[in-house]
Design a protein around this ligand. Structure first.
Ligand code: ASP
Length: 420
């Protein structure tokens, strides 16, 4: 089996075994002693430990990879207007696709009315954490200390620093060239390290999913089925519809795209973190989808940090669901505010599990909905987080391919090659 096939098999196996364990526990079929032993030594012991080590090893590569590969990419583009155009186009596309995603989500939720059968007169208790204001998010993109930015894993700050040093290197003559030779070599070594870690991926993914599904189970879905499936439907419509249209526009096969992206999407599903998946996305986008590293090294880390179409979809459906549950009528102005706020919120959403829900606070506040409503949907959020993160990552891959294609940085033969 190829590595991708092993990863997808590990995912399916983890889901099945974890889900079955949960059913066994719920049905009280096992003796108390055996159940405690399995929970203590297998689920919270072995599987949790291996899963966490795996996520840590992925996160380990994020900062070195973003810094070195983006620095090399920026330097070889020579900075200036070429990079400016590329950056502007990428940013616009990320924002526009997010706005489309949330509009789709609002339409689905308004048509299907997932919260219509719930009648809450008063908001229930829920302790919401405050989302940071947009101004802070904007200021935080610019680092005051590159070492702190790297140590704290602030990807946007690392991107800004790498772009600066890359630009300066391309303008520094011999000194810049010597430095770039070193970084080019380092880039190759880092990519090789990612390859080494990928070999562990099937085991890591399997353990993460067994642990997660053994404790979550599918039971929670039943009580929130209408909300859960509305989000899934909107995710599928955007993932398959919008992304396929963009790819067809460039004459590329959406089918081939999704087949090649199934590895990163499986990573995203298992880790619920586009940040931790970033090294894998970058590798696939560059090596399998044929996006030149000069483009991919910029678009993928940027996308992993600011492009969250799946998250915006959850926020759109959740907003309508909460409004319907509390019998609050939102006007067209409120919906436009939701589109704008959720699009901007996606920039500030950290690429780690569960942050989309924190940013939902900001969206609800903007339109005056009870933040406590989040308590209604929190039960299924972990599972939806897995699905929306896979869509977030597919979005990064689509826009990277689209931008590379339109800017003449795309290797169509690589994209079409059947190296699966
Ligand atoms: N887990 C998502 C991501 O990393 C963010 C979120 O929606 O919570 O992309």
């Amino acid at each position: 089996m190829s590595l991708t096939q092993r990863i997808v098999s590990a995912m399916v196996l983890g889901l099945l075994i974890g889900g079955s364990m949960n059913l066994l526990f719920a049905g009280e079929i096992l003796s108390q002693g055996l159940e405690t032993w399995i929970t203590k030594y297998l689920i919270d012991g072995l599987f949790d430990t291996v899963g966490q080590i795996f996520v840590n090893s992925l996160k380990l590569m994020v900062v070195p990879l973003v810094f070195v590969s983006l620095l090399c990419g920026m330097a070889s583009l020579g900075g200036g207007s070429r990079m400016g155009l590329l950056a502007g186009k990428t940013l616009c596309l990320y924002l526009v696709t997010t706005a489309v995603a949330i509009s789709l989500a609002l339409s689905f939720a308004l048509i299907l009315g997932p919260g219509n059968d719930i009648n809450l007169a008063e908001a229930s208790e829920f302790a919401a954490s405050e989302a940071p204001p947009f101004k802070t998010t904007l200021i935080n993109i610019f680092p005051s200390n590159p070492v702190a930015a790297m140590a704290e894993g602030q990807v946007l700050q690392v991107i800004v620093f790498a772009l600066l040093i890359g630009l300066a290197s391309s303008k520094s003559g011999d000194a810049g060239r010597r430095l770039l030779d070193f970084f080019d070599d380092l880039n190759k070594v880092i990519m090789e390290t990612v390859m080494l870690l990928m070999v562990l991926a099937p085991y890591g993914i399997f353990c993460l999913l067994v642990k997660l599904f053994a404790s979550l189970g599918f039971g929670v879905i039943v009580s929130l089925a209408s909300y859960f499936f509305t989000v899934l439907l909107a995710l599928a419509a955007h993932g398959v519809g919008t992304y396929s249209l963009l790819l067809l526009w460039t004459g590329l096969s959406p089918w081939r795209f999704f087949v090649k992206m199934r590895g990163p999407m499986a990573f995203a599903f298992s880790t619920s973190s586009s940040g931790a998946t970033m090294p894998v996305t970058l590798k696939t986008v560059n090596e399998d989808l044929g996006v030149d590293n000069r483009v991919a090294s910029f678009t993928v880390p940027l996308g992993a940090t600011i492009n969250m179409d799946g998250t915006a979809i959850m926020q759109g459906v959740a907003t309508v669901f909460i409004a319907q549950a509390y019998n609050i009528n939102l006007g067209i102005e409120a919906y436009l505010t939701v589109i704008l706020t959720a699009t901007l919120a996606s920039i500030g959403t950290a690429a780690v599990p569960g942050v989309g829900l924190v940013m939902l606070v900001m969206v609800l506040n903007q339109v005056g909905l009870p933040v406590e409503g989040i308590g209604l949907i929190i039960g299924v959020d972990r599972m939806l987080d897995m699905c929306r993160t896979a869509v977030n990552v597919a979005g990064d891959g689509t826009i990277s391919t689209f931008v590379a294609h339109s800017e003449g940085f795309h290797d169509r033969e690589k994209f079409n090659a059947t190296n699966l």
